[in-house]
Design a protein around this ligand. Structure first.
Ligand code: SAT
Ligand code: MN
Length: 585
């Protein structure tokens, strides 16, 4: 057996040592021993991803109180600190020089700070090391990642959300590295530091968006890789929609504006992230993840039957920040079930009418409460989610939550028009995944505002070029499920089925369109046919006119704002401004 550094030998059992030895990976050993010396855990557990590992990690999460068992023996609940319920914009930074719209910190300073906080953070704790693949393990495009953490909940989540790939690390030095410690959960010392060389450190946080490294922390790293290497790493769902045949499309929506519900209307490949590459001229997409970390607020049996089923059958679920009821079941707002009198929630003991110190009512469940489940629990899962070559993308949707302006669905004139006026021009009402005033409109290009790690100029120039190299570019659509008039919402929740079907019809040449200044919109006749075909409903001319009259003033103002933003970014490609100039109405 190889001689490992003393720091590791003293902390790994002999079976763990022989596991590590199998990998014959000095680079990994050096990385792990440096983290062990920094964080000083008592012991180290290598998580290969076997059934035994899963049982062990679950048991540890229950023993150390990170998860609480529920009445259903496959369900647990996890609570994050009351102030650690969402993405932590102000505490997250890229270790680099200045990038517009991105929190950055000079590398040396940021590293020194976060390593200082991590020093000794795992004393008297066990350290887990997880080994995963972003994307199908047997795909030549998969990206390997190691997670180091003192949280059994983080590893438990990852065993559900990612593909374990221990053996792939044999002799392999190309992997992303995530170092996480719960620390003391002192929110003032919460830091998430992203080193684009391939390591992310996060401490004093447990909210999965900040602690489960492979999710949005990895996205920052893979986005940077993608821009350098000429592919796309995106915040997008991937689904198959049926017309005469199945068409795969991607859907990019800011959290909380319809992405998950859209994913459930088709054959599910991904609900959140997509890697898209040019494979012999064709845009192919796959899901780096193998599970769903979804917002639970508002999930009910009528509107979300598939997710409802996933949460009520006997598959494994980790609930987070919902209400734990005295009978060992859970409740969340918007579930359509009666609100319980009392329970335990993210803020401790809870009862109906409880207020916080400012006199504001404390909701039974946090608006960003979540569920963590495996993709294989969904009855609409498309088996091609494991296709090592990915699926061919025929259309891309950029969706926003916009009460005032955008039509429910429109098709771009071409790739450049769609990428710039639909994707790069997204403005959306703020999500509950970010703390702060919700419903405020935010510039959120490609739903990536929180995750962009390079300058938007470079990012967009890669996007535009990506399309130019394809032999067939996907069609691009803008979507908005939230348009209102003075009387309220103009669409019902189920109408999105019609918009998706219109896209399938367009791809098959079965639906017409009307050319407007902002793109192609559906004709009344097609929608009348589709409302009846898809929903068995009528569709009035008044509805059509209310939904599809182009609100020129709003569009005009929007594109003016967007152009000003891109003019203020130094490396915006001139093509972006040209496209926006052509669009300015
Ligand atoms: O908050 S996260 O970014 O982790 C999850 C999401 O909203 O997509
Ligand atoms: Mn997301």
């Amino acid at each position: 057996m190889e001689v490992f550094p003393e720091s590791l030998r003293g902390r790994l059992s002999s079976s763990m040592l022989s596991k590590l030895n199998q990998l014959n990976n000095n680079y990994l050993v050096t990385f792990l021993s440096s983290i062990v010396e920094l964080c000083e855990p008592d012991s180290v557990y290598l998580v290969e991803g076997t059934g035994e590992d899963l049982e062990y990690v679950k048991r540890r999460a229950l023993e150390n109180g990170e998860e609480i068992p529920l009445r259903n023996r496959n369900h647990t609940i996890h609570f994050d600190h009351p102030l650690d319920q969402a993405r932590a914009r102000e505490d997250t930074f890229i270790l680099s020089g200045k990038i517009p719209f991105v929190n950055t910190k000079p590398k040396e300073e940021g590293l020194k700070e976060v390593l200082g906080i991590l020093k000794g953070s795992m004393r008297n704790r066990e350290m887990f090391v997880g080994f995963y693949s972003l994307g199908p393990v047997n795909s030549k495009h998969r990206i390997l990642a190691v997670q180091v953490t003192d949280s059994a909940y983080v590893i438990h989540s990852e065993l559900m959300l990612y593909r374990s790939a221990f053996k792939e690390f044999r002799g392999n030095v190309n992997f992303l590295r995530f170092v996480h410690s719960k620390g003391t959960q002192d929110i003032k010392k919460r830091r998430i530091a992203i080193d684009l060389d391939g390591t992310v450190y996060s401490v004093n946080t447990t909210y999965a968006g900040n602690s489960v490294g492979l999710k949005k922390l990895a996205l920052r790293l893979t986005l940077n890789m993608a821009v350098k290497e000429g592919w796309l790493s995106e915040h997008m769902a991937i689904i198959g929609i049926d017309g005469e045949r199945t068409h795969y499309i991607t859907a990019s929506f800011p959290s909380g504006s319809g992405k998950t519900s859209t994913s459930m209307l088709g054959k599910l490949i991904s609900d959140d992230l997509a890697f898209i590459r040019n494979v012999e001229g064709s845009p192919r997409a796959w899901n780096p993840e193998s599970g769903v970390f979804g917002i639970i607020h508002g999930i009910n049996s009528r509107d979300d039957p598939i997710i409802w089923e996933v949460l009520h059958q006997n598959d494994e679920v980790i609930f987070s920040n919902v209400l734990l009821k005295p009978d060992g079941t859970v409740y969340w707002e918007g579930s359509g079930e009666p609100e319980p009198e009392k329970g335990v929630n993210f803020a401790g003991e809870w009862w109906k009418g409880k207020k916080d110190e400012n006199g504001k009512p404390i909701p039974a469940s946090h608006p960003n409460a979540r569920f963590t489940v495996r993709l294989t629990s969904f009855r609409n899962l498309d088996p091609r989610y494991e296709d090592p070559k990915g699926v061919e993308v025929e259309a891309m949707i950029f969706g926003v939550k916009d009460y005032n302006t955008l039509v429910p669905i429109a098709e771009a004139f071409d790739w450049g028009h769609g990428v710039i006026t639909m994707g790069a021009s997204m403005e959306s009402a703020r999500t509950s995944a970010v703390l702060g005033k919700s419903d405020e409109m935010e510039f959120n290009p490609m739903a990536l505002l929180d995750f962009i790690s390079v300058s938007l100029g470079k990012y967009l120039s890669n996007y535009l070029d990506f399309g130019k190299r394809l032999s067939k570019t996907p069609r691009i659509y803008s979507a908005n499920y939230f348009l209102k008039d003075e009387k309220g919402f103009l669409n019902s929740k189920e109408d999105k089925r019609v918009w998706l079907r219109w896209i399938a019809d367009r791809l098959e040449g079965k639906a017409d369109s009307i050319r407007t200044p902002i793109g192609y919109i559906p004709t009344y006749d097609d929608l009348f046919r589709l409302f009846s075909q898809v929903l068995g409903k009528g569709y009035s001319r008044e509805s059509y006119e209310a939904q599809f009259t182009i609100r020129l003033k709003g569009y005009k103002e929007k594109f003016k704002r967007i152009k000003d933003i891109y003019l203020s970014i130094e490396d915006t490609p001139s093509e972006v401004i040209e496209i926006l100039d052509r669009q300015l109405l």
